[in-house]
Design a protein around this ligand. Structure first.
Ligand SMILES: [Zn+2]
Length: 332
């Protein structure tokens, strides 16, 4: 059959379709990938014609990802059967930064526009495999805000309503409050928690294993975009006994429910700063925690942030969740 564009040719079979053009050659599309492509409008969709037959990538722990590439993207099936359209078009998400100070202009967050850029640059490396890019212009997207009320550690809890109100004034952007406080306590969570912003400490106060924590903003953007920790809970276990109790009552260390991130027993069991063993035995079971995952608390990469080109990662299922939340948050 001739396609409506007059150039392509195709044949539908019981278990798949073959599409041909002089530029792309003939390629078969089948199963759930074909269903999704049909939903989108076949070759008239933004994806265009297939440029490969079905291909596979084997993930180290979680099975196989199957996909067809098209002229302008790909359709992918995760090991658990999620079907996703991967566009060649990048999703750009502007960041709006508030650098907090107290009412009288004192007690400023320990960060400036160029340091916000360092954190965003790193986050962009982490999110690049998902074609997601955060944008930030320090002259236009960065404001100093004098508010003793908001410039507090408990901003994400006690001052949530006021922070949400400010964030609501910036639709289409991710609003980030940088506050004056000691290291740690970057905070955000998925849309179901009613948090419409990211709360961060300053740049210079954050360190991990003796190095600036360049991954912290990427981690908290991950939370904002719906990703839980790889270990169970909103913070890591603080004692081995806590981890043991958790395991007794839950039977696993799966913090995020994603099949392609391995169980994570947390730093208290495995140690945080590298070099550390890839696996650890705990209560008679062997764990291979996701040491390079940005939603973990491990520092194997963090220890080398300033020297190493290595970048923390997100798994395909984590990206699937991020795409869902980008739509819920009207950022995509
Ligand atoms: Zn976290």
């Amino acid at each position: 059959m001739t396609a409506p564009d007059g150039t392509g040719r195709y044949n539908h079979f019981e278990n798949g379709s073959i599409y041909w053009t002089p530029n792309t050659g003939a390629h078969a599309v089948a199963g759930a990938i074909r269903e999704k492509w049909a939903d989108l409008g076949w070759e008239q969709s933004s994806l265009g014609y297939p440029i490969t037959d079905e291909l596979t990538i084997s993930l180290h722990t979680a099975g196989v990802v199957r996909f067809n590439k098209f002229q302008s993207g790909a359709i992918r099936i995760s090991p658990t059967g999620n079907v996703n359209v991967i566009s060649e078009v990048w999703t750009r998400i502007p960041i709006q930064a508030f650098l907090l100070r107290d009412d009288n202009g004192s007690n400023a967050a320990e960060i400036d526009g160029s340091q916000v850029i360092k954190w965003i640059d790193y986050a962009n490396k982490v999110f690049a495999p998902g074609k997601i890019r955060f944008t930030f212009n320090p002259d236009k997207d960065c404001e100093t805000l004098d508010s003793t009320e908001l410039n507090q550690r408990d901003l994400p809890w006690a001052k949530k309503d006021k922070a949400n109100e400010i964030a609501a004034g910036y639709p289409g952007k991710i609003v980030v409050f940088f506050r004056a406080m000691a290291a740690g306590n970057g905070y955000s969570w998925g849309p179901e928690e009613g948090i419409k912003f990211v709360a961060m400490p300053g740049f210079t106060v954050t360190s991990v294993c003796g190095h600036q924590n360049l991954g912290q903003f990427a981690h908290d953007l991950g939370h904002y975009l719906g990703l839980p920790h790889t270990f169970p809970g909103k913070s890591d276990f603080s004692a081995v006994s806590e981890a043991r109790d958790w395991l007794k009552s839950n039977g696993h260390f799966d913090g995020d429910g994603f099949g392609d991130t391995p169980e994570d027993p947390g730093r208290v069991i495995t140690g945080q700063c590298g070099p550390t063993p890839a696996t650890v035995m705990f209560e008679g079971r062997l764990y291979a925690p996701p040491r390079t995952n940005v939603m973990s608390y491990y520092s194997d990469l963090k220890a080398d942030f300033d020297k190493s080109p290595l970048v923390q990662i997100l798994s395909p299922q984590q990206f699937d969740r991020v795409y869902e939340v980008l739509k819920i948050r009207k950022l995509m």
